[in-house]
Ligand binder design. Structure first.
Ligand SMILES: Cc1ncc(COP(=O)(O)O)c(C=O)c1O
Length: 386
């Protein structure tokens, strides 16, 4: 009999993978579901980025395996990007590791640092991959609860009660997904101090800092961050390149070398033209982000109108690629509201409970859709409630 490894125990098919099957089945019955669930940018990358990929891939010399640490061109572009936008100085030879998307970095960090039973702080609500990567690596998740009452920031007094001396790693993500909470330098300073005090590796996941946010921040801006923290970043959302799979890990040389020991056994580098095109994307100026954010800001107004039609409550100060909203009284949880809207209005919203128990009274709406799509969704929702 063929059996799966014990490490898969407690690991289930990703919620969206399951839900998309249900949506497909409804579509096959002729329902035409509007999917407002998934945060995959629908807009294209900058034309210069596409051009570099096309031109470079037409060359005969670019198709070999690439170095495990990425092309110097890409590493230098990442160094310059961190200096320009975050004011963080990195050594491009030793403190930067290009990744095939930041998601793989989450797994690499867990596999590099966790032994069976090691305790890891994960945000609730938070990106579900932190939990599954920790579990797959044999670690034990210790939730830290975030709430609207504390602006979705960790409660450091509560963290001190969780036996921090026994914690090996902490996952942190600001701009926070799914709540859209922005960070502050004061928060990053506290996280670095907490990591240093207890010898915890603070893993900051930072893919949303450029979306609907005038002042992108990096945790590596905090004094002493390199002693206790690493940061993942990504071109998926900031440059409309989710399908290209380009991300990065930044941190102290020793951390980068340790992760490379694991990662170099997993893949054999990235296609060079793709790295060169990614370097071009990283060199784009403020116009790129201004244009992108103008589009998202307009879309978000339509999403807010849709959420108002549902009777949800939400903050207008959110950032990132989603709108996060508290469901109205009368629904057991966000799953109930999402199911009702799916079956009565043919619109799919993500129930907040998939991000952890502290998200159960919420729903999340993606801004990755046209204005027409949001208008149509609002119209369907209004009609279904008459
Ligand atoms: C919080 C968070 N981290 C990481 C990722 C993965 O990004 P990437 O495309 O760089 O792997 C996502 C994607 O949705 C995300 O929401």
């Amino acid at each position: 009999m063929i059996t799966t490894a014990d490490r898969l125990e407690g690991i289930h098919e990703y919620y969206f993978s399951q839900k998309l099957r249900e949506i497909d089945a409804l579509n096959q019955q002729g329902k035409d579901i509007l999917n407002l669930g998934i945060g995959s940018p629908d807009l294209p990358p900058h034309p210069d980025v596409i051009r570099v990929l096309q031109e470079e891939s037409a060359k005969s010399t670019v198709h070999a395996y690439q170095g495990y640490k990425g092309s110097p061109v890409l590493r230098n572009a990442i160094r310059d990007w961190y200096a320009r936008w975050y004011g963080v100085t990195l050594n491009s030879d030793s403190e930067i590791l290009p990744l095939i998307g930041s998601k793989e970095g989450i797994m690499h960090l867990c596999m590099t640092y966790l032994n069976p039973g090691d305790r890891v702080l994960v945000p609730n609500p938070g990106y579900p991959t932190y939990r599954s990567a920790v579990t797959l690596a044999g670690g034990q998740c210790v939730d830290y609860t975030l709430s609207a009452g504390t602006d979705w920031e960790p409660d450091f007094d509560a963290l001190e009660q969780l036996d921090p001396a026994s914690i090996k790693m902490m996952w942190v993500n600001y701009t926070h997904m799914p709540t859209g909470q922005l960070p502050s330098i004061a928060l990053f300073d506290r996280l670095v101090a907490f990591g240093k005090k207890h010898g915890i590796l603070i893993c900051h996941d930072n893919p949303y800092s450029f979306i609907l946010n005038k002042q992108p921040l990096s945790l590596l801006q905090a004094e002493g961050a390199m002693e206790t923290a690493v940061e993942l970043n990504s071109l998926s959302k900031s440059h409309n390149m989710a399908g290209w799979r380009v991300g990065m890990l930044c941190g102290a040389k020793q951390r980068i070398d340790e992760v490379l020991r694991f990662k170099s056994n997993m893949d054999s580098g990235m296609f060079l033209p793709l790295q060169l095109a990614a370097a071009t994307a990283l060199g784009l100026g403020p116009d790129w982000f201004n244009e992108l954010n103008k589009i998202y800001a307009e879309r978000r107004e339509h999403v807010f109108a849709l959420l108002e039609a549902l009777g949800c409550e939400f903050s207008r100060e959110q950032s990132g690629l989603f709108a996060w909203a508290r469901i109205p009284a009368g629904y057991k949880d966000g799953f109930a509201l999402s199911d009702e809207v799916l079956h009565h209005a043919c619109v799919f919203l993500t129930p907040g409970g998939i991000f952890g128990s502290a998200g159960e009274q919420y729903v999340r709406v993606s801004l990755c859709g046209s204005i027409e799509k949001f208008r149509e969704a609002a119209r369907r929702i209004q009609n279904s409630r008459k």
